[in-house]
Design a protein around this ligand. Sequence first.
Ligand code: ITT
Length: 200
Amino acid sequence: MSNVLRKVVFLVTGNVNKFNEARSVLKEFGFSCVMLNMDAMEIQADNLESIAKISAIDAGEKSALPVIVEDAGLFIDALNGFPGPYSSYVFRTIGIKGILKLMENVEERNAAFHAVVAFYSPNAKSPRCFHGKVRGKIARQPRGIHGFGFDPIFLPFTNTSKTFAELPPPQKNKYSHRAKALRKFARWYRKHLELVKFEL
Ligand code: ITT
């Protein structure tokens, strides 16, 4: 039983797109991924790491499982990093339209997606974080049908002719912020599995 569970990563999220992206990255390392859609505490803070850590501790303690939480945001240079850690709220309120409005007549369109994966196990106690980042530009118009959130207006520098939403999921996963953070986590987790004791 426990050997099977050692191959499982519990991702706490309510976002099925995020889960699907994570699942295919973790599969590269032989891990299965289970979506834990639970009510974990989400604090409002000005950095992704604090948000991810607090959620991971809360979810790990409530579920008595080793868990990861992945928190991400879009940081736009010309807006001093806005919406950054407030991306979820901004997406739900002003959305892509609102961001494009704020960027009207702005020539400097550089931006980055950042992701932090926080791992917490009730046995290991202190959470551990892994970061991923991808730089690009904010498009003038939304384009594409894949992905989620701000993907239709993000043109990664590695492929500036296509937005993230124009790339099929395996291509976004080649160099997305989320994939980079998850790969760092997965490499570390493979080596440190003895920290995790399953009590199921
Ligand atoms: P959970 O907290 O339940 O995991 P969420 O959708 O709220 O799901 P985040 O807080 O990590 O996820 O992300 C905040 C917002 O940032 C999210 O709602 C999107 O609008 C945007 N975002 C994050 N990652 C993205 C990505 O890969 N592509 C496009 N937008 C993204």
